[in-house]
Design a protein around this ligand. Structure first.
Ligand code: LLP
Length: 444
């Protein structure tokens, strides 16, 4: 397969800075990712199709390992999970953060060591806890007081389960209200400010079935600055010192969650992972020295920043329509495979692929095929003026929280996921067929 790199003709619409590093231009407007022509992927697997660059995922895992050599890096499975993803993460030496029996069982049945998995959730179902204990999950993160007795009872008199406490450190950070979790007044965690975190710690320490290994916080998602993490770290170390003073217990772990922000469009800021690692390390050493405490082992839980930039969504244009001043380009997917623009107002940078166009760019609104007006994938984007039905549109930075949040809306069926690597493509998750949808409805 050719991977000839063509010089950039037009920086406005031809900026590949948010695409996987392996992306290369072909003659006649084509693009390859992982050495595979995206138009060929669309031909072979039909559209919409999600393409994951395995090399990019692995490279991102390595960036984390290299930046945080002494820390435990846990990939947040909610961003995207499949059996291949489980393997890649494991081979790259990274642990997992899961938040349901579904994610947990998929990971363990794909061969992931359960002791390297952390289970989260603000409302863990009996099934979640049963799976966690049966499979021997590494740590369970306690999110509410009622879980303490529940987990202790489920563990039984002979057993012992490692747990952490999810603390709300009182920090507002994150790309959107719906993904800010660092302050009181949202559903996650136990407040540092009102004393509920400390109270929960006391109760856990009184349960012989539970071994408290440390504290956890996750202040939000799509955070592009280091500062809120440093503030969180200081407050968490402060709480660890209070626990030591009150109970004589020095906790060996501190998990600062994920939330590392990425650029969805060229020019947008992203969190600098190397700077984060360096500054966290410095701050941790300083804060612990000030409190006269040994330095706990740090854990982090990136999801989006591992897999987001490795994914590309490929759609086919079904209709082009001029309504008033707006040009609508409608594609064969939409809010059922990517609810993020509708939920969080996220803006993407779609691009025509598969053919060259000399037409001048025109402001276009890319919409989906679903039956509601809010089904907009990208409003006000520059695309060539001659886009027509049958064209292919690719959306970069599609690897996180799209397939994992896909729905059955309008019975369209969820798209397949393919992996590209070293010039080859393979199917990871097949398309949800109309038959799949029919079979679930048992007609009662
Ligand atoms: N750890 C915990 C406890 C979390 O709740 C999350 C994300 C993560 C780690 C990973 O955060 P990340 O590094 O991926 O930002 N659906 C939203 C994002 C929701 C994030 C929920 N928790 C979106 O599409 O932006």
């Amino acid at each position: 397969m050719t991977t000839a790199v063509i010089p950039t003709p037009d920086a406005g619409t031809d900026d590949l800075s948010v695409w996987p590093a392996s992306t290369a231009r072909l003659p006649h407007g084509g693009l390859t990712v992982g050495g595979v022509d995206l138009a060929e992927v669309a031909e072979r697997f039909a559209t919409p199709v999600y393409v994951l660059d395995e090399g990019e995922v692995r490279e991102r895992c390595r960036t984390y390992r290299d930046a945080f050599p002494e820390a435990e890096v846990l990939y947040a499975a909610k961003a995207f999970l499949s059996r291949a993803m489980v393997r890649w993460v494991q081979e790259e030496g990274i642990g997992l953060d899961v938040c349901s029996a579904g994610e947990l069982e998929l990971a363990v049945t794909a061969g992931f060591p359960p002791e390297r998995i952390v289970l989260h959730g603000n409302a863990k179902s009996p099934r979640d806890l049963e799976s966690a204990l049966r499979l021997g999950v590494g740590r369970i993160v306690i999110d509410s007081p009622s879980e303490i007795a529940r987990i202790a009872a489920a563990v039984g008199l002979e057993g012992r389960q490692k747990v952490m406490v999810r603390v709300v450190p009182g920090i507002s950070a994150g790309g959107h209200d719906k993904i800010r979790t660092g302050t009181d007044g949202q559903k996650f965690g136990l407040s540092l400010t009102d004393g509920s975190a400390l109270h929960a710690v006391a109760r856990i320490l009184a349960q012989p079935q539970l071994e408290l290994t440390g504290l956890h916080c996750h202040i939000g998602s799509q955070i592009t600055e280091v500062k809120p993490y440093l503030t969180a770290l200081r407050r968490m170390v402060g709480l660890m010192a209070r626990i030591r003073d009150a109970h004589g217990r020095v906790l060996p772990e501190l998990d600062l969650g994920g939330g590392h922000g990425i650029a969805y469009r060229p020019g947008e800021p992203a969190l600098d992972i190397t700077a984060l690692a360096r500054k966290l390390r410095g701050e941790l050493i300083e804060a612990c020295a000030a409190a006269g405490m040994p330095v706990p082992r740090l854990a982090i839980e990136p999801g989006r920043a591992v897999v987001g930039p490795a994914g590309v969504a490929v759609y086919r244009v079904l209709a082009v329509k001029h309504t008033g001043d707006t040009v609508f380009v409608a594609v064969d997917g939409g809010m059922s495979d990517n609810p993020r623009p509708a939920l969080y107002g996220v803006r993407y940078a779609p691009r025509l692929i598969g053919r060259a166009s000399t037409a001048s760019p025109r402001t276009t609104t890319v919409v989906g095929r679903h039956c509601e007006a809010g089904d907009v994938l990208a409003a006000g984007v520059e695309l060539p003026g001659d886009i027509r039905p049958g064209d292919l549109i690719a959306v970069p930075v599609a690897g996180a929280y799209q397939v994992s949040m896909a729905s059955g809306y309008n019975m369209v069926g969820r798209p397949p996921v393919v992996a590209v690597h070293g010039g080859t493509v393979r199917l990871l998750v097949r398309r949800e067929t109309l038959e799949d949808l029919r079979l679930r409805d048992i007609g009662g």
